[in-house]
Design a protein around this ligand. Structure first.
Ligand code: PMP
Length: 421
């Protein structure tokens, strides 16, 4: 990034320092760390809690959802959320409340027993994952927790840098890759079809390589441009790698965070592989919650209407954050961000060596930010230049105040880095 500091850096610095001193006196106490839905968003699903009601506890196939069984999930739930993800209903498993837990189980199972058609458990040798960065810290924590080596590759505006991905995937130790294909956490970028096709068809050194396709934000649109989910299963099958993709998602940010439904999708062989172990792990999922969800959302149109409610609450917070960044930093050449068309985060790329300083300056104003480095494996950003902003949880007024404060801190840190403040 070239710095085109205008007006003169000293003038800007004096103004910024004065603005910082004034804000310090305001005694702010704001938090932009958490990618959680706000209480108003959770209220959108309040009506669901009264369902099914009236002793109406039978699924469409007649099963009593209060009892054990139904390992793969109710047919109506698999149909609805399969449609949401672009996966055939019989290739969807509706599990419990957390997609992260399903990812965890898949990793454990792959390490201990191997994947469907795999020659050996992954734990029998060195195992590594490709990690687009910036990425989701909990993905990285799973790898870290199980001793899986992480190979960072740069994230672009249309998905990961595919030349770097293909080079890394040639190594037989590389068993998997984290992908958040729609409105990625944290940059908001959506993978292009060309990127998805390259992922589906690339040569991998490991025959049992898997894409961990975490479509956590598939329907979390913030604009009218609402891309359909990429059909990664068909792309993989067409390229002769039918088992390559594991699909994950949940309703944590559709209905209730931590009290929703989580999904696994894949080829028929992958679904059998998953269910074989799931059937040992549990006597059956919470089908009452599945019925509650399908009665409440009804169909894909109902789901879209519900998501439009989230958009109404979230879009102004994203707009306020972007407006603050543009107003303070626009045209200065010291920071870059993508205006997300969905998802939960805005990521700002700044001058090298300034992210930690921004967090420190923001703390001085009473504004909590996600720690610098959180979007990199092991929490270590070698360039110290990425910050993730999470505008969903605070009120709009607080988001506005926090974003203005953060943008100011970014300007100050940039001026310091240039030796102007
Ligand atoms: N994947 C991504 C990309 C996420 O951002 C999140 C939530 N922050 C999760 C998974 C966690 O989802 P769940 O609540 O289904 O475990």
């Amino acid at each position: 990034m070239s710095a085109i500091l205008a007006p003169a850096p000293e003038v800007l610095a004096a103004e910024a320092r004065a603005a910082y001193a004034t804000l310090q006196k305001a005694g702010l106490k704001l938090d932009m760390t958490r990618g959680k839905p706000s209480a108003e968003q959770l209220d959108l699903a309040e009506g669901m809690l009264a369902l099914p009601g009236n002793r109406d506890h039978f699924a469409e196939d007649g099963q009593d959802v209060r009892n054990y069984g139904g390992l793969q999930g109710l047919p109506e739930a698999r149909r609805l959320f399969g449609a949401m993800l672009g996966v055939p209903a019989d290739q969807v498993v509706v599990a419990e409340n957390s997609s992260l837990a399903i990812m965890h189980d898949c990793i454990v199972l792959a390490l201990l027993k191997g994947v469907a058609g795999g020659a050996a458990p992954w734990s029998q040798g060195d195992a590594a994952f490709i990690c687009p960065v910036p990425g989701y810290d909990r993905h990285f924590a799973l790898c870290e927790g199980f001793g899986i080596r992480m190979i960072p590759v740069p994230m672009r505006d249309d998905g990961p840098d595919m030349d770097a991905v293909e080079a890394a995937a040639a190594d037989p130790a590389v068993k998997g890759m984290w992908c958040v294909p729609t409105y990625s956490n944290p940059t908001g970028a959506t993978y292009s079809e060309a990127v998805a096709r390259r992922l589906a068809s690339m040569r991998t050194g490991a025959a049992d390589f898997r894409l961990f396709w975490d479509n956590a934000y598939a329907v979390h649109h913030l604009t009218d441009s609402q891309p359909a989910p990429l059909d990664i299963l068909s792309m993989c099958a067409a390229a002769g790698h039918a088992e390559r993709a594991f699909i994950f998602a949940s309703t944590s940010k559709i209905t209730l965070a931590g009290a929703g439904l989580a999904f696994f999708g894949g080829s028929p062989a992958n679904v059998r592989w998953y269910l074989e172990q799931a059937g040992r792990r549990t006597v059956g999922p919470d089908k009452l919650n599945q019925l509650r969800h399908t009665r409440f959302l009804r169909d894909l149109d109902g789901l879209k209407r519900h998501m439009a409610g989230h958009r109404r609450l979230l879009a102004p917070k994203f707009d306020a954050t972007i407006a603050a960044l543009e107003q303070r930093l626009g045209g200065l050449g010291v920071a870059r961000w993508l205006r997300p068309e969905g998802g939960y985060f805005i990521t700002v790329e700044m001058l090298e060596g300034s992210a930690r300083r921004v967090v420190e300056l923001a703390r001085g104003l009473g504004i909590a930010l996600t720690p610098a480095g959180a979007t990199w494996p092991q929490g270590r950003d070698p360039n110290d230049n990425i910050l993730r902003l999470a505008p969903s949880f605070p009120t709009l007024a607080d988001v506005r105040a926090a974003a203005e404060g953060i943008a100011l801190c970014m300007l100050l840190a940039a001026l310091e880095a240039r030796g102007a403040a």
